[in-house]
Design a protein around this ligand. Structure first.
Ligand code: B12
Length: 225
């Protein structure tokens, strides 16, 4: 008999090996087995992380990075309907979000934006390659109190620091909470850039944003690992 149980890392490895059909089949099976969209996206992220490692070791090429992007986009299309929708009222907390200057990676940022919008956060997406000045302008225009910044290229981390310095200069630093996300972000990067929080996966990202909603609503937060 066909065994429906999926090995814990099968999806991660199929993604890492860029086996498009297999990834989509496994995702379909995970959905049928009632796995959360949230855990599926995390497995795919881990697979794509391996793609990145193989690229930096020289065994994968740029075309393989592009392939991983295409597969991840297909997966997102498949699982989007299975994310919690409108399960809570977050009072439209405003968030300005964008990928920092010099960097065009946006898959992870778009996943976070999707999750936040689905539960009522009001997100202003500035897109990719966003200059620090443009973030400041958007914060002033919208009055948002949360700034989400995505960075994947290590040589762009300096621009994040520039952004935080600029917030200080404009007198906005105390009014805005800065959340940094992306693959290379860790405690050292947090310290260097001066941001308030950091997340390099969707689980951590959602934990941070849960902290921004009123205490009495925290129980109904829908995103758990
Ligand atoms: C797919 C990919 C691409 C795609 C990007 C497509 C797109 N639309 O984003 C393409 C092919 C275009 C690309 C291009 C390049 N890439 Co690239 N890419 C990747 C790869 C394999 C995966 C990134 C990804 O989408 N991961 C999946 C998502 C879901 O994960 P994530 O981004 O980490 O996001 C999660 C969390 O970090 C967090 N998060 C993300 N953003 C935010 C924001 C907030 C506010 C919060 C709270 C949380 C949060 O939540 C997300 C959900 O889980 C990475 C490898 C890696 N390990 O990251 C390399 C990688 C980032 N790329 C790399 C490089 C070098 C490049 C290029 C320079 C290659 C080249 N020679 O041209 C160009 C850069 C172009 C540019 N100026 O930006 C290097 C960077 C190395 C370094 N030290 O800086 C990496 C690490 C690969 C490697 N190991 O060498 N790339």
């Amino acid at each position: 008999m066909h065994n429906l149980a999926i090995d814990k890392d099968e999806l991660v490895m199929a993604m890492a090996n860029l086996e498009e059909e297999r990834v989509l089949d496994l995702v379909r099976r995970e959905i049928e087995a009632g796995k959360s969209a949230f855990s599926i996206v995390e497995q795919c992220r881990r697979g794509v992380e391996v793609v990145g490692k193989r690229y930096s070791e020289g065994s994968y090429y740029l075309s393989d990075l592009i392939m991983s992007e295409a597969i991840l986009k297909e997966v997102m299309e498949m699982i989007e309907p299975y994310f919690p929708q409108n399960t809570m009222e977050t009072n439209g907390i405003k968030v300005v979000m964008g990928t920092i200057e010099g960097d065009i990676h946006d898959l992870g940022k778009n996943i976070v934006i999707y999750l936040l919008k689905s539960i009522g956060f009001q997100v202003y997406d500035l897109g990719v390659d966003v200059k620090p000045e443009k973030f400041i302008h958007a914060l002033k225009e919208t009055g948002a109190s949360i700034l989400g910044v995505c960075v994947l290229l290590t040589f762009c981390i300096g621009y994040v620091r520039k952004l935080v310095d600029l917030l200080e200069e404009c007198g906005l630093r105390d009014k805005v909470t800065v959340v940094l996300g992306g693959y290379p972000v860790d405690a050292l990067v947090k310290e260097y850039t001066g941001v308030d929080y950091y997340a390099n996966d969707a689980v951590k990202a959602m934990e941070i944003f849960r902290g921004f909603i009123p205490e009495e609503k925290k129980e109904s937060w829908p995103f758990r690992a």
